[in-house]
Every structure is written in C-alpha cells, then in structure tokens.
Design a protein around this ligand. Sequence first.
Ligand code: TMP
Ligand code: ASP
Length: 237
Amino acid sequence: MQKLEQLYEGKAKKVYKTDDPNLYIVDYKDDATAFNGLKKGTIVGKGVINNQMTNRFMAKLEKAGVPTHFVEELSERETVVKKVSIVPLEVIIRNLSAGSFAKRYGVEEGIVFDAPTIEFSYKNDDLGDPLLNEYHTLALKLATPEEIAVIKQYAFQVNDFLKAFWASCGVTLVDFKLEFGRLDDGTIVLADEISPDTCRLWDSKTHEKLDKDRFRRDLGGVEDAYAEVMRRMKEAL
Ligand code: TMP
Ligand code: ASP
C-alpha cells in the first residue's frame, strides 16, 4: 500500500490517496478545535488514541452488522479506509441531556432520557452546521429517504453497542456524532471516527467528564481524560 498525495486536510485528520483507487489513508492529528474552529489547541497523543479507539469500535461494529469504511490499521496514527463520499450530515444520538441540547431547550445537563434521541446537522462549516430535519434533508437533496432510513437504523445500532460497551467500562455514553459515507455502488457505510472528540463520556459514578468537553470548556486534564478512557477500553477488550 503506497501513500500518495494528500487529498484533504480536516480539523483533526488528513486524508491521502493510495495506489488503490478504492482506498484512502487517514492520518489522525493532535490538533483540536471547538466552536467551528474558533478555539484552537493541541491535545498531545489524541491522534493515536482516536485512531486506535475508532478502529477497535469499527471492527466490533462490522461484526455486529453495521458496515463501516474501516479496512486496516497501518500505524499508530494511520488507517486504511474505503473511499467514500461523505453524506453531508452530522448524525447525533443522545442518551442524556448535555451540550447544545441542554442549551437549546433550557434544561440542565444529565437528564436521562427514556429513549435515545436522534438529530441531524447539515455538515457545512460556512453555515455553522445548522440543525435540520428529514424533510430539510430531502429538500436539500442531501440523502434519499432510503438512505435516511438506513442511517437511522445503523445510528441506533451503534448506540446500543457503544452504550453497553462503555457501561461495562464504568462510563456513561451521554451523546455522540456519527458520519456516514457512500461507496461507489451507493452502499451506506459508517465513516469518520468514534472517539472522545465525537462522544460525550462521563464516569458512571463520579460523572467526571472524560472527553473533549474538557478542552471545549477549559476544564484541564484533557490528555489524562483521553488516556483514561483508552485504558478502560483496552482493559475491557
Ligand atoms: P452538541 O451537544 O454540541 O450538539 O454535541 C453533540 C455531540 O456531538 C457531542 O458528543 C460532541 C459531538 N460533536 C462533534 O463530534 N463535532 C462537532 O462539531 C460538534 C458540535 C459536536
Ligand atoms: N467540530 C468542532 C469545531 O469545529 C469541534 C467540536 O466542538 O467538537 O471546531
């Protein structure tokens, strides 16, 4: 597998072409941003943790029946993935109130929902990733009704899996964001990452935040939190 020219640089990852037209290499950075890039920083070692955590989850989810873009981990920070075109939706599942949900609806954080919620944002930095519903998604031709149905089904399957896994590590899965892609034949697969950057993870007993909110909210101990959830994950696998 040969790493060829860089195709794209995002806030947390770079994507490279390879000598196989159907495969890309993603390279995870330690760069961290928040509030649509307004706040910038570095979380030392984050790239390694996010790469390894994502790949372990993707491999498990694949076995549980959720197709993913994951192919093979190449190094601490690099992974071979299937070439996809990303569906421009951020798919957010919530089990407890937190973050923008708590703010938008004027409720405290930490309310346990009777059933998980799902919401979509239009993945568009210039517009600040505005919230949208399924009708808006169809109007904007971002996805077909069939694609939305399968994305919702996979997103709740991912929640069932992740929630149970993190519970076994003494961690509460508060909420998370997923992205999906289309293979050349139109198949929808889970893409992007599943990491403390994209999930809210609270210690089940103390409710201590073990995720990127420590960076977003200047709580300190960011690196330690990432290392702690990675340690618990390795222990449970
Ligand atoms: P929110 O409460 O800010 O809407 O975030 C919900 C979840 O989505 C949370 O687990 C963090 C994750 N998230 C991302 O992965 N990327 C983003 O750009 C944002 C705003 C949130
Ligand atoms: N994606 C956000 C940003 O743009 C970061 C976040 O809040 O997770 O900077």
